[in-house]
Design a protein around this ligand. Structure first.
Ligand code: ADP
Length: 160
C-alpha cells in the first residue's frame, strides 16, 4: 500500500493546499497531512485549530487523514509507514529551499522519497501569509480559501 505524507504549517489551509491534497489523494492509497507543531514559528492558529480546519475542508477526500506532528518530517513519515513526502512547488522561489530539504531528508532517510506536485496555475501566487495579510486589511479572501476558512480567519481578527 502506497502511503504519502504531506507536511506543512497550513496556517491556515488555502485552496492551493487543498488542490495538492486532492491530487495526492488520487495518486496514493492514503495521504496523511502532517500539521507541524512548531513553537518557534508563532502561527496565527494553534495546531489543534489548523488540524480541525483541514479536517473540515478535506471532508470530500475519502483517503485523507489529518495529524499533528512535531520534529522531523522524515520521522513523521516513518511513524505513518509512508514511503513518500509530498510537497507543492509554486515557483522557482520555492525550488531552492525545497531541493535542499529534499536532499537533506534523503540523507536522513534514504528509504523515503520526496515527490513534488506543481501547483495548479490558478493558485500559483497563493500563500497562507498573503491570505492573512489581505484578511487583516478586510480584503476579500473568498477566491483564496473555502468559506469555512474565511469565517474562522475573520473571527480570529475580531478577537485581536
Ligand atoms: P511550510 O511547509 O513551508 O510552512 P505551508 O504550510 O504554507 O508552508 O505549505 C506546505 C506545502 O504546501 C509546501 O510544500 C508548499 O510549497 C505547498 N503550498 C503552499 N501554498 C501552495 C499553493 N498555493 N499551491 C500549491 N502548494 C502550495
Amino acid at each position: 500500500m502506497a502511503i504519502a505524507v504531506y507536511p506543512g504549517s497550513f496556517d491556515p489551509a488555502t485552496y492551493g493546499h487543498i488542490d495538492i491534497i486532492q491530487r495526492a489523494g488520487s495518486l496514493f492509497d492514503e495521504i496523511i497531512v502532517g500539521v507541524l507543531n512548531n513553537s518557534a514559528k508563532s502561527p496565527l492558529f494553534s495546531v489543534e485549530e489548523r488540524v480541525n480546519i483541514l479536517k473540515r475542508v478535506t471532508e470530500d477526500v475519502p483517503n485523507v487523514q489529518i495529524k499533528a506532528f512535531s520534529g522531523l518530517a522524515v520521522n513523521f513519515a516513518r511513524d505513518c509507514g509512508a514511503q513518500v513526502i509530498v510537497r507543492g512547488l509554486r515557483a522557482v522561489t520555492d525550488f531552492e529551499y525545497e531541493l535542499q530539504m529534499a536532499q537533506t531528508n534523503r540523507v536522513l532517510a534514504p528509504d523515503i522519497d520526496t515527490m513534488f506536485l506543481t501547483t495548479n496555475l490558478e493558485y500559483a501566487y497563493l500563500s497562507s501569509t498573503i491570505v492573512k495579510e489581505v484578511n487583516a486589511f478586510q480584503g476579500d479572501i473568498s477566491k483564496f480559501v473555502p468559506p469555512f476558512v474565511a469565517e474562522v480567519l475573520q473571527e480570529k481578527y475580531k478577537q485581536r
